[in-house]
Ligand binder design. Structure first.
Ligand SMILES: [Ca+2]
Ligand SMILES: [Ca+2]
Length: 284
């Protein structure tokens, strides 16, 4: 596990080095996401992840997920559907890194999402980190621990990681100009949460309010630009250094979980707006 995390940190370091300073304009990727986001994305993502990024967790967590969580989820989802007569709506979320035109260009790191009932799932605003994996996501760009913890939460109907940038074939940071996408099903009453590391920081991540985003207004599915609903958070686990420069930040630190412990409640960071554009598309 340590090796895996370390290699991701190295990958981030290389990425930032390759990205260079000011005019890193050239990042492949390119095409607007929507056309490519279908089921093959998640299949491909999971394949890549189990093959590479998630060797360690794939055996246990994936089994757990399919054996327990998945069963629970479909059972619950089914109950909900039958109870209120709703056919699930398929949503695709695209998180595009737009930081090249923002105050500080930064990669984004592989992250997690969850579809859940009304409650704080990934974290709770103004409270200390729960020690369930958010710290590694926010400090080192490692979503594995938090994903495993989410799959144990009763309120979570579905959880997954997004790790392969659109147009790429392997798990990697999403550089300015590229994006992550993921697809899931939901019914009225469901909420969406997700989180991805703002890599040029000690422990900052982009996520909606901790209660998540309501996916329906009564029976009408959410559709369109939801960038306004996404905030930059400080996980409160590591003391902040100057963004983009700190030696204990993922691109430059000697290994994961390196830096001075902060011990502060999770709070919104002001500034650094415009780092992402997030859209959601509801299909049928
Ligand atoms: Ca911090
Ligand atoms: Ca650190």
């Amino acid at each position: 596990m340590l090796l895996k995390r370390f290699s991701l940190a190295l990958a981030l370091a290389m990425v930032v080095a390759a990205c260079g300073g000011s005019d890193a304009g050239e990042t492949a990727a390119g095409e607007p996401a929507m056309e490519q986001t279908d089921d093959s994305m998640s299949a491909e993502t999971m394949d890549d992840m189990s093959a590479e990024t998630m060797d360690d967790m794939s055996a246990e967590t994936m089994d757990d997920m399919s054996a327990e969580t998945m069963d629970d989820m479909s059972a619950e989802a089914m109950d909900d559907n039958m109870a209120v007569g709703h056919t699930p709506t398929s949503f695709t979320v695209t998180i595009r890194n737009t930081s090249d035109s923002a105050a500080l260009p930064t990669p984004l790191a592989p992250g997690v999402y969850a579809v859940h009932s009304a409650m704080d799932t990934l974290f709770a605003a103004d409270q200390l980190d729960r020690g369930e994996g958010l710290e590694a996501l926010a400090e080192d760009g490692d979503p594995n621990g938090l994903l495993a913890a989410l799959s144990d939460q009763v309120a979570v109907k579905e959880a997954g990681a997004f790790a392969v940038p659109e147009g790429a074939t392997e798990a990697a940071p999403a550089l300015p100009g590229s994006s992550y996408a993921f697809t899931f099903e939901a019914v009225p009453g469901d909420y969406l949460s997700f989180a991805t590391m703002f890599v040029q920081s000690n422990d900052w991540f982009l996520a909606p309010a901790s209660s998540g985003i309501a996916l329906f207004d009564e029976d009408n599915p959410l559709d369109g630009d939801i960038t306004e609903l996404v905030l930059l958070w400080d996980a409160g686990t590591e003391v902040d250094e100057t963004p983009g420069e700190g030696p204990n930040q993922a691109p430059r630190q000697s290994g994961p979980n390196t830096g001075e412990v902060q011990g502060a409640p999770i709070a919104v960071v002001d500034g650094f707006t415009g780092s992402v554009m997030v859209t959601i598309t509801a299909a049928g």
